[in-house]
Design a protein around this ligand. Sequence first.
Ligand code: FAD
Length: 291
Amino acid sequence: MKLTELLRGDRLHLSFEVFPPKTSTAFEDVRAAVEEIAALRPSFVSVTYGAGGGTSEFTLSIAEDILRTQHVPTLAHLTCVSSTRETVRERIAAMKQAGIENVMALRGDLTPELMNTDRSKWDYRYAIELVRDLKESGADFCIGGACYPEKHPESADSVEDIIHLKEKVDAGCEFLTTQMFFDNNLLYRYLYRIREKGIEVPVIPGIMPITNAKQVERAIRLSGSFMPTRFRSLVDKFGSSPAAMKQAGIIYATDQIIDLYANGVKNVHVYTMNKPDVAASILKNLSDILG
Ligand code: FAD
């Protein structure tokens, strides 16, 4: 099923994110965790694409497995930055062949290794080029793209960031998923600003439940997200107690989701990161709200 059809509903819908294994030896463990997550019946499951494309074939096999065994709609991520045009075309053809209907078109992170390579030889610079390739493939994919309530770290300012986002949407992105954020007011301001600039596609806020103190540093480093004082106090108080930190992080994420729903947001994407217990706890916390 195309995600644009799913995103029209009136009630709160949660989708979950999983990531593929880095090696084939880890494949079965990851598949078991992913199947547990999909069995919780989220509105869809998104499967990330390893930075630099290193684990690309696993993204497709995990996505296919979710479709085949759990019958849950999937969103397969695809990045382009370090790939040749030929490789991307092969990946697109493989997704089409596997019956994937929804693709998240991403540039991909510039890892330290990629930063040291000769960029003049790259076939792709921005996600918009991948969006165009997907449109031209003739596969009728429902295409999603990433957006950044606190601007992409490489953008000089949010005005420039939103100009490029509008170009990406005009090229064929039918919905957007946001980078994680820990202060909902940043999302509300961002939605107002992008709507004002004529970006009208559905935007799915991305919520990351922080379940251990180490994750905080990593999350800030990767996303550049602002950590509100309220969240910092929680990490200071519970960071040294794994069980308490996990509980507090799940409750904080639940609270963000409730506030989003109360303010009119109907679809929320949860970065569940192959943790079925975290996904299940969030659903349990919201059981009466989800109905
Ligand atoms: P783009 O849309 O290309 O934007 C990147 C930067 O370039 C922005 O600053 C933008 O403003 C700027 N820009 C765009 N077009 C132009 C232009 N024409 N001229 C000048 N500047 C321009 N990474 C992975 O490796 N695998 C994943 O599965 C993955 N999933 C993700 C899911 C979500 C929801 C999000 C938010 C991120 C994900 N990422 C993933 C990380 C993502 O690859 C990085 O954030 C990457 O740095 C940017 O990707 P993008 O698709 O947003 O790029």
